[in-house]
Design a protein around this ligand. Structure first.
Ligand SMILES: CCCCCCCC/C=C\CCCCCCCC(=O)SCCNC(=O)CCNC(=O)[C@H](O)C(C)(C)COP(=O)(O)OP(=O)(O)OC[C@H]1O[C@@H](n2cnc3c(N)ncnc32)[C@H](O)[C@@H]1OP(=O)(O)O
Length: 214
């Protein structure tokens, strides 16, 4: 017998012109006019820890006990590496990492590429491939790099390997990040967290690192 959920009628595709169809998505493939990324002269030296952009960040903040506590390091190009150890609080299925958590690991590692170019950017599109299940206690070895830049669009890619830095790829992502100014956060964040961030000298110093972008 077919399971009950198969009895549901299929959802009809949204009709063009119904108002449900969104604008065309930006391709994840850079356009021909895109240029190679440039490593900022003040970027962290290869191998240097990058540190969190915000200690409450779910991806890399040390102040988030259930977060991923990602620790990224600069590569020698416009690239980074990071590790994430899957903990029980990150499960989706029994004993396995939740796919959204793995997407967060990829997203946050890509976000730390900001420090290599000294440009603030946020995720516009993130397309993930889940190739192997990732058990609890696994160390996910991440690497991410910027492949091209076109205007405010930053094209980048990330992989997460298991069993060691050269192990098989378990997850990967292609993404387009969009450059923004600090005002993006100041204008959109909840006032109490923004106020707290602006009165934290460490946070202000981290934000100021992006202000000079020759
Ligand atoms: C002292 C206090 C301050 C605190 C400071 C903290 C320090 C911060 C430091 C570092 C932060 C790093 C954080 C990393 C965390 C990990 C990464 C994340 O999870 S980020 C969160 C998830 N993402 C979002 O929440 C974005 C939400 N979306 C938006 O806000 C907007 O849609 C935004 C900014 C992405 C674009 O809006 P528009 O109005 O500025 O952009 P338009 O002018 O329409 O487009 C510009 C170009 O970008 C393309 N574009 C726009 N949106 C796109 C999209 N979603 N996907 C692909 N392309 C897109 C467009 O096609 C256009 O391209 P054409 O110039 O025409 O070629």
């Amino acid at each position: 017998m077919r399971p009950a959920w198969h009895a549901d009628p299929p959802v009809p595709p949204a009709a063009v012109g119904s108002g449900l169809v969104t604008a065309p998505k930006t391709s994840l493939v850079p356009p021909a006019e895109a240029v190679p990324p440039v490593r900022h002269p003040d970027a962290p030296a290869p191998g240097e820890p990058i540190g969190s952009h915000y200690d409450q960040c779910f991806g890399c903040g040390s102040g988030q006990p259930h977060g991923l506590q990602l620790a990224a390091r600069a590569g020698d190009g416009v690239n980074v590496t990071a590790e994430f150890t899957v903990r029980p609080e990150h499960q989706g299925a029994p004993g396995l990492a939740h796919g959204g958590v793995l997407a967060t690991a990829l997203d946050d590692t890509l976000g730390s590429l900001n420090w290599l170019m000294h440009v603030i950017s946020v995720t516009g599109r993130l397309e993930t491939d889940f190739l192997r299940p990732v058990p609890v206690d696994t160390v996910l070895h991440l690497d991410a790099e910027v492949t091209a830049v076109h205007g405010r669009k930053i094209y980048c890619t990330a992989t997460g390997r298991i069993g060691g830095p050269e192990g098989p790829v378990a997850v990967r992502a292609d993404a387009v990040f969009i450059e923004v100014k600090i005002e993006h956060f100041v204008n959109n964040g909840r006032p109490e967290e923004i106020q707290a961030a602006m009165s934290d000298p460490d946070q202000v110093r981290r934000a100021r690192a992006f202000e000079v972008n020759p």
